[in-house]
Design a protein around this ligand. Sequence first.
Ligand code: ZN
Ligand code: ZN
Length: 329
Amino acid sequence: MLTDIPARLLAEISDALHSIFMMSHSRHFWFYMLCYLLIAFFVYTASAERNKNTSFWRFLFPSNIYTHPSALMDLKIWLVVVIVVYSGVFALMFGLIHSVTVVLNNVLDLFWEPSVSSEAPDFFDRVIYTLVYTCCIDFGFFLMHMCQHKISWLWSFHKVHHSASVLTPFTANRHHPVDYLMHAFCAFFMGALATVLFSRYHGTSVDAVTLFNTSAIHFFYYMTANVRHSHIWLSFGPLNKLFVSPAMHQIHHSIAPEHYDRNFGFVFSIWDGLFRTRYLPVAQESVVVGLNASEKGYSSFLDAMVRPFAECFEQMRSLQSWRRRRPIP
Ligand SMILES: [Zn+2]
Ligand SMILES: [Zn+2]
């Protein structure tokens, strides 16, 4: 019934907002936003000398960032794309994860007899599984992210994220729907692969160690994740060699030639270390973010949603697009 559409749309939006702010698998879960506030306060007090003429609220919400057209574009994409796509992507993920697990099991049955264990998994098994599961998804994300930068037709879509010329916590959701789908596919495929391999090896299914229904490692990651897209500099010091700090992701958005195509990682920075794409900041750097001068930004929300398809088809007409890199600054 056509008259049901507004009510169904409202219900859909209310479900999406509930998922975004009240569910711990979302980076904007209220607890992670509280962590963002506390980290900002810590950074503000630690650099009291530099901020002595600025109140905490002005430090937290600099007007030149939050009134910038790029911040407004973040919100438009967040409101229109995320609210519409969010529920669809997660429904797709949960719907497909079961079939992927079945297919993977059938393929593995051809050459690998699963071990059978009558023992219930202990806490140590769960810790190992959590680590394997997180590493698989994180490595998948790393490879996918590197491809989005190295293959020009994939860059057409990922460029929407990098077109932000200021960073706010909502820039994290400034992705083209094609980018969202790639993320979702990668997460459920790598997650299913880790689960199937581990349960075959162990002989029984194992649950991850969770905090508020989220894998414990991802829970800790999300506690600082909102700082990644912000003006707040937070480095993990020597731990940058193991984990991607918010400062390292800000470097990823930088247009400086020395930062070009660095720090593709999400949770662990060891993948960047292995592929020699890791950039470790030794001190606070002033980072200018956005697209290189040779690339054109987006004039409107519609432009950001439609132009990537046109650019992608243009690129794919030539087989060279698989080898061509994104423009070097
Ligand atoms: Zn990127
Ligand atoms: Zn980013």
